[in-house]
Design a binder for this molecule. Structure first.
Ligand code: MN
Length: 262
């Protein structure tokens, strides 16, 4: 058995867990029992859940996920949770139940070789002005406190309204607006003394080789999880790999590296 500090660190995002998508939930539970159980730490970079309207609305699916995460954390694997644009209302209560520590973006991961800056990714989509306005509003602690003090039925209506508005708006947005902005990426590298940026959100898994101010940088985009396929980044022994996560013939989790592209 490798000592804890020699073990890899895994990062995942955009699982969009929903009670109606059992195969993705199963894939996560198998990932937690498999590769993640041999890790030093697991970082969840947002959108673990498709929707979240308060810890008090957690049902059997959310309980199962919390139990599985908690058992993993009790074996010594450190768990970290960063909010995404769908589950930004996940609270301290749920994090405690799941054995996760909350981290806030941009988060500098300096316990690994190489170091990296971590984000969910939506904050980099600065071309989408309407979304950034919405984001500023709903990430405001006062707004969140007000909303969370409302009854559950009211929050359910608000969430379904927000979803249908966002669906309608996104249908009419050109592709580039939904992706990260080049200047926002360059600013992130300028502000943090790291060569790696890892984020999710756009569901466009890739490793982008960049040169910013004469310095080589890499932006790694995690993919989303759906049905029997997931995505993860592994940092191990000075290496960063973007992995596709599938079930192999023996019903084990298979991790296949994706190659860099520009
Ligand atoms: Mn997202």
């Amino acid at each position: 058995m490798k000592s804890l500090s020699d073990r890899p660190v895994y990062l995942i995002s955009d699982l969009h867990l929903d009670a109606g998508r059992e195969s993705t939930i199963q894939l996560l539970l198998d990932f937690l029992r498999g590769p993640a159980s041999r890790a030093r730490a697991l970082y969840i970079l947002g959108d673990l859940f498709e929707a979240w309207i308060g810890d008090d609305a957690a049902g059997p699916m959310e309980d199962r996920v919390a139990d599985a995460l908690k058992s993993l954390s009790e074996t010594g694997v450190e768990l970290f949770f960063m909010a995404g644009n769908r589950d930004f209302l996940v609270g301290d209560d749920y994090c405690r139940r799941a054995g996760m520590r909350r981290i806030v973006e941009p988060f500098e991961l300096d316990q690994t070789d190489p170091a990296a800056v971590l984000m969910h990714g939506d904050i980099l989509c600065t071309d989408d002005h309407a979304y950034q306005r919405f984001r500023r509003k709903v990430r405001n602690p006062d707004w969140q406190r007000r909303v969370l003090s409302r009854p559950l039925w009211w929050r359910r209506i608000l969430a379904s309204l927000a979803r249908s508005i966002s669906r309608r708006q996104n249908r009419n947005k050109p592709e580039f607006i939904m992706d990260v902005n080049t200047d926002a990426v360059a600013e992130t590298f300028a502000r943090h003394d790291v060569e790696w940026l890892i984020h999710g959100h756009t569901h466009r898994p890739a490793i982008h080789d960049l040169e910013i101010d004469g310095k080589p940088c890499r932006r790694v985009v995690l993919g989303d999880w759906h049905a029997e396929r997931g995505s993860a980044v592994r940092i191990d022994n000075g290496q960063v790999e973007l992995l596709s996560l599938d079930r192999n013939a023996k019903d084990h989790i298979a991790l296949t590296p994706l190659t860099p592209e520009s």
